[in-house]
Design a protein around this ligand. Structure first.
Ligand code: DGJ
Length: 715
């Protein structure tokens, strides 16, 4: 894990720069550069985004970096403001900029002002040099007498001039998340967005690839990968103009969200995170993973706990005795932690199904008469840790909370209540509700300090939403809800900085870097079928590192062997959600060994560099590998999917190894009484051979839904 020494150098100041110095503003990472210039009219333009060049080679001129509405611009604006006098225009002129460096991070802030109205906008760019990632956001401030209305407030606007533009988006629904579609952008506007309010990634994952000039592959092509660090409604627009110029705008979705900015109070947009590369999608993913582990995810470069969850094994039907038996099963398996899922709370309205209890976070005295403290202690006696499920933002109408605090709930006056999974969303804009949600966690942790993990669920989006707290300012709801959630998470993290918390929203509903700075991992899908998970985990791997992608072995994939399901879970953050006592003796032995194997290889899986070699979208198999930073170790995963007799699988050339090194190639995680069938098993091969000649990973007859895990170790 990298040790980082922080030092700060002020490269230039707001005041004192000569005009010549401030004309060109270069934001660089190790391989890329974003170049801005101040035009003759004092407007800031984007002159270049691409491969890093010598400063003299960067062009000047370009298109306005943060397009305003109401003046001469005719395209989608980054910002639109209506002033106190009703004037709906804004002009932003360069005032100054400053650059500061801390370790491998360079911060550039550009201050612009309207020459007529008292409005200023600061564009912020953080360049993460080593990971080739740039984070960009805006801060909007005015000093008019009354609130000024913002109807657009993008985080970032980027300009491109390419021959063609290819957009890759990821869409889905419950239990079929993150499906890939790539299409050519044509004239006009393509929008990717969410209006769901909560669990906003349910239908559309909040990330995209944009390939320039031609489609990119895993290893070739120029592209950017982008994602907005925001847990609320988001919107990306891709606008191709009449001259084939492209503007990519990213930010909070302004749908139904005019924002009345108070004088003197900055409106700070969330950050747009992107990486540019000319080495294909694989490199873009590795850049984002690297950034995420070091800067984007809570404890991203620290170890994770393996766990046994009880959801798929018991749903809400359990009692104390049954749970303690499950601890034994977890212990037998060798995992670190038992995670108690939904169904442990509620007394007047016990949580025996999804119809009641949300909001009443007291132990169900019938199911758990001795309380959570007893469970924590019993787990500790068995030598495992204890974690718990919460869904603190929600309420069932059948609950004490609903009766006591009807004013804490998002619902329209004069309309019927509208439910999703029989529940309503709490009004997290209200500081009292924020306090309530914080206290759910804090009281539980204070009473039971041994709780070592939380799964934070969120199982509905907003409909018929109205905040009693906001009164006439309803258009602030979507934004203030998300800010309310962040305020709660800030408080939790101040008091419990390293408690592992899983971000869960019914699977795939919350997968964004705005939340992940408070969470250690996320739940990608309620679909845990091994075959489906190959595709789902593959999809998320484009943007998230493997130690954030929870992958549990369950009984859902009846068609696949336990070996296959385990091998699939091993490519992510492995856990279990299964009845261990239903295992055959061989299955138990296999799983016990698998947990040990995973613990041994997880350092490479979690912190190594990912190479996606054969996509399940292109062949009926998937092959990927993780290579340790020092290239002394690698783990290779090979999944044969719905193969047919006609399939011919060519040799697989590995990637990311050191050509000079010699590696022992060995199959691991074999099922008891089976032998490695690969002809190269246990051979010592050079990196050069492995990457140029490659391996036959489908020797003999190809068994559908079979899999292998191989370890490569430097000799
Ligand atoms: C949805 C989650 O995705 C599941 O894993 C489980 O925790 C249920 N909620 C419980 O209600």
């Amino acid at each position: 894990m990298p040790t980082r020494f922080a030092f700060v150098i002020l490269l230039s100041c707001f005041a004192g720069n000569t005009f010549a110095q401030s004309k060109q503003i270069v934001i660089e990472t190790s391989h890329s550069a974003l170049v801005l210039n101040v035009g003759g009219n004092q407007r800031v333009v984007q002159s270049y985004l691409g491969k890093k060049l010598a400063p003299a080679a960067y062009p000047s001129g370009g298109r306005e970096a943060y397009l305003t509405a109401g003046m001469d611009n005719q395209f989608e604006p980054a910002i639109r403001m209506v002033h106190n006098d009703g004037n709906p225009s804004l002009e932003l002129k360069y005032v100054s900029h400053k650059t500061t460096r801390t370790d491998d991070v360079v911060q550039t802030d550009i201050l612009m002002k309207d020459p007529v109205y008292p409005v200023e906008v600061t564009l912020h760019y953080t360049a993460y040099y080593n990971s080739d990632v740039i984070k960009s956001w805006a801060e909007i401030l005015h000093r008019e007498k009354k609130p000024a209305m913002l109807t657009e407030y993008a985080s970032s606007l980027l300009h491109f001039n390419g021959d063609e533009y290819w957009l890759t988006q990821f869409h889905g629904d419950w239990a079929r998340e993150v499906n890939i579609i790539e299409e050519k952008l044509t004239n006009g506007i393509k929008t990717l967005e969410s209006k769901l309010g909560t669990r906003t990634n349910f239908y559309q994952t909040q990330a995209f690839f944009l390939s320039l000039n031609e489609k990119s592959t895993e290893t070739t092509g120029e592209l950017i990968a982008g994602t907005l660090a925001w847990t609320g409604n988001y919107r990306y627009t891709f606008e191709v103009d009449q001259r084939n110029g492209l503007r990519v705008r990213a930010g909070i979705n302004s749908f139904a969200s005019e924002y009345y900015a108070e004088p003197g109070q900055p409106f700070v947009t969330p950050a747009f995170i992107f990486t540019w590369t000319d080495q294909g999608k694989g490199q873009a993913s590795r850049n984002l993973h690297n950034w995420a582990r070091n800067y984007g995810v809570l404890d991203g470069n620290k170890e994770r706990l393996t766990l046994l969850n009880n959801w798929e094994a018991t749903h809400t039907t359990f009692d104390e005795k049954r749970l303690v038996e499950l601890f034994d099963e977890g212990k037998k398996l060798g995992i670190d932690l038992f995670l108690l899922d939904d169904g442990w709370f509620g007394n007047n309205f016990p949580r025996n199904d999804d119809k009641a209890g949300l909001g009443d976070w007291q132990e169900d005295k019938k199911k758990l008469p001795s309380g959570l403290g007893y469970l924590v202690k019993e787990a500790a006696n068995k030598g495992i840790k204890f974690g718990i499920w919460l869904e603190p933002e929600m309420v069932n109408p059948k609950s004490d909370l609903y009766q006591q605090h009807p004013d804490w709930i998002l619902k329209l006056p004069n309309r019927e209540e509208n439910y999703g999974r029989n529940q309503l969303v709490l009004d997290l804009v209200n500081p009292q509700v924020q306090d309530f949600v914080f206290r759910i966690v804090d009281d539980m942790m204070t009473k039971n300090p041994g709780i070592a993990f939380i799964k934070w669920d969120c199982n509905r989006s907003m409909t018929n939403a109205y905040s009693p707290y906001l009164k006439e300012k309803q258009s602030h709801l979507y934004i203030e809800y998300t800010k309310g959630l962040y305020k709660v998470m800030e408080r939790i993290r101040t008091k419990y900085p390293h408690l592992p918390i899983m971000l869960c929203a019914g699977g795939g509903g919350r997968t964004d870097y705005g939340a992940l700075k408070y969470f250690t991992e996320f739940w990608p899908s309620d679909n845990t079928d091994g075959l489906e998970r190959v595709y789902i985990q593959w999809g998320y791997s484009y943007f998230f590192p493997s130690n954030t992608i929870s992958a549990h072995v369950t009984s859902m994939g009846k068609l696949q062997s336990l070996k296959f399901r385990t091998d699939v879970a091993m490519m992510g953050k492995m856990g279990y959600d299964i009845r261990v006592n239903n295992f055959t003796p061989q299955e138990l032995l296999f799983s016990q060994e698998a947990v040990k194997t995973y613990k041994r290889i997880s350092e490479t899986v979690w912190f190594g560099n990912l190479y996606r070699i054969i996509s399940p979208y292109e062949e009926s198999r998937a092959v990927l590998m993780y290579v340790a930073e020092d290239k002394r170790k690698a783990i290779l995963f090979n999944y044969q999917l719905q193969t047919r007799r006609k399939d011919i699988f060519s040799r697989v050339k590995l990637q990311g190894l050191d050509p000079q090194k010699k590696y022992r190639f060995r199959e691991i995680n074999l099922f008891p009484d089976t032998k490695a069938a690969n002809p190269d098993n246990d051979k010592v091969l050079t990196g050069e051979y492995l990457m140029n000649i490659g391996l036959n990973l489908a020797p003999g007859r190809i068994a559908p839904l079979s899999s292998n895990v191989f370890e490569l170790t430097e000799e």
